[in-house]
Design a protein around this ligand. Structure first.
Ligand code: AMP
Length: 187
C-alpha cells in the first residue's frame, strides 16, 4: 500500500505519519528528514538544500526527484510507503507516478490534512520552542505557507480529480485526528 500525506506546514502529518507507520508497518519516508540529515552531514546535496530550507522555500525538483529515485529503489519500500512531505509540486507528483508505475505499484490514498492558517501559526511557534528547527521562525514559516499555497496546494485538486483524495479534519487532539485517519483508511 502506498499513501501520500498532504497538507500545509504544521498540519501534523509528520506526527500522524509516524503513528500510521507504527499501526500499518509501512515504511515512512520524509523528504524533510532526509534533507535535514544531509544538511547535518554537510554533503553537497545537503548544503544546496539548506539554503532553501532556511528561507522556507522548496528545494528544487531535480534534487527531490533524485532523492525519490534512490528511496523508491530500496527493497524496504516494496511493501508500501507512507510519503510524508512529498510530492510537493506537480512535477514531483508526476515523478512519483512514474517511479511507482515502473515498479508495478499503485498509489492507494492521499490523506489531506487541512488546518486554518491561524491554528498553523500557533502550532509552528510551539514547535519552534520545542525542537529548535532553523526554519520554524515566523518569517520562514510565512514563506513556507506561501510555497505551500502556490506550489503544493494545486495537488489537492490534482488528486481529488483522480478520486483517491481523503479529507482529514486535522483540528483537535492528536488521538482525535489519529482516530479520524483510522476510520477513513480502515487501519
Ligand atoms: P518538512 O520537514 O516536510 O516540513 O520540510 C522542511 C523543508 O524541507 C521544506 O520547507 C523544504 O524547504 C524542504 N522540503 C522537504 N520536502 C520537500 C519536497 N518534497 N520538495 C521541496 N522541498 C522540500
Amino acid at each position: 500500500m502506498n499513501i501520500i500525506l498532504l497538507g500545509p506546514p504544521g498540519c501534523g502529518k509528520g506526527t500522524q505519519g509516524e503513528m500510521l507507520a507504527k499501526r500499518t508497518g509501512l515504511m515512512r519516508v520524509s523528504t524533510g528528514d532526509l534533507l535535514r540529515e544531509a544538511a547535518g552531514k554537510g554533503t553537497a546535496l545537503g548544503q544546496r538544500a539548506k539554503s532553501y530550507m532556511d528561507q522556507g522555500q522548496l528545494v528544487p525538483d531535480d534534487v527531490i526527484v533524485g532523492l525519490l529515485e534512490e528511496v523508491l529503489a530500496k527493497p524496504e519500500t516494496t511493501g508500501g510507503v507512507l510519503m510524508d512531505g512529498f510530492p510537493r509540486t506537480v512535477a514531483q507528483a508526476q515523478a512519483v507516478d512514474r517511479l511507482l508505475e515502473a515498479r508495478g505499484r499503485t498509489l492507494d490514498w492521499v490523506l489531506f490534512f487541512d488546518v486554518p492558517d491561524e491554528e498553523l501559526l500557533k502550532r509552528i511557534m510551539g514547535r519552534a520552542a520545542a525542537e529548535g528547527r532553523s526554519d520554524d521562525n515566523p518569517e520562514a514559516f510565512r514563506q513556507r505557507l506561501v510555497a505551500y499555497r502556490e506550489q503544493t496546494q494545486p495537488l489537492v485538486a490534482f488528486y481529488r480529480a483522480r478520486g483517491n483524495l481523503v479529507d482529514i479534519e486535522a483540528v483537535g487532539s492528536i488521538p482525535e485526528i489519529a482516530a479520524r485517519v483510522q476510520a477513513k483508511v480502515g487501519m
